[in-house]
Write a protein that binds this ligand. Sequence first.
Ligand code: TYD
Length: 206
Amino acid sequence: MTGLFVTLEGGDGAGKSTQADRLESWLRDQGRQVLRTREPGGSDLGHELREIVLHHTGHIDPRAEALLYAADRAHHVATVVRPALARGDVVVQDRYLDSSVAYQGAGRVLDAGEIRDLSLWAAEGLLPDLTVLLDLDENAARERVDGRGEADRLEAEAADFHGRVRRGFLDLARDEPDRFLVLDASQPVDDLAAAIRQRIQTLLHP
Ligand code: TYD
C-alpha cells in the first residue's frame, strides 16, 4: 500500500488545524495509519528552526527566511514525511511548499518561481497528492487570529501582506487545479470537513 500525502494551506486563521483534526480522526476510523505533521517544526531540527523563523526578534533577510523554511522542509521531508509515505501512511500536514510561495513571495522581493524551485529542490520534488486550500477573506482571518492572543512574526504583518498571501494561494490553485481543492473557509466546519472527506475518498478508492 502506498501512502497519500495531503496538505492543508491557507492564511493564518483559516481553520487548517481544525480541519486537519477532523480529517485525522475520520481516517483513523477508516482504519488508516495517519501521520499528522506540520511545517515549520515537524521534525526535531524543525522545532529549533520554527523558533527562529517565528520568534526571532530582529529583522530576517527575505532570502534567509526562505532558506530557513526550505531547510525545515528538507529535513522534515527526508526524515518524517517520506518514511511515513513509504510505510503506507496517510500524511496530513499543516502547510507545505505552497506556503513558501505565497508568504515568501508576498513580500514582493523574491520571485515566486524561484521560491517554488528552491522548495522542490529541498523536498527532492515531492508534491502532495492533494492540497486543500482554505480560502478566507484577510479581514475575517484577522479577526480570528486577533482572538488567539499574541501574534507571531508573520501574523503581525500588515493586512495588505495577508491580502497578497491570499492571492498568491489562489494563483497557485488556479495553476494546478488537479492538485488543489479550494474551499470557502467561511462555511461551517462540518460542511468543510465533509467536502474534504469526499475528495479523499476518491483518492483512497479510485
Ligand atoms: P503556522 O504553524 O500555521 O502558525 P500557527 O501555529 O501560529 O498557526 O505557520 C507559521 C507561520 O509560518 C505562518 O504565518 C505562515 C508562515 N510560513 C511561511 O511564511 N512560509 C512557509 O514555508 C511556511 C511553511 C510557513
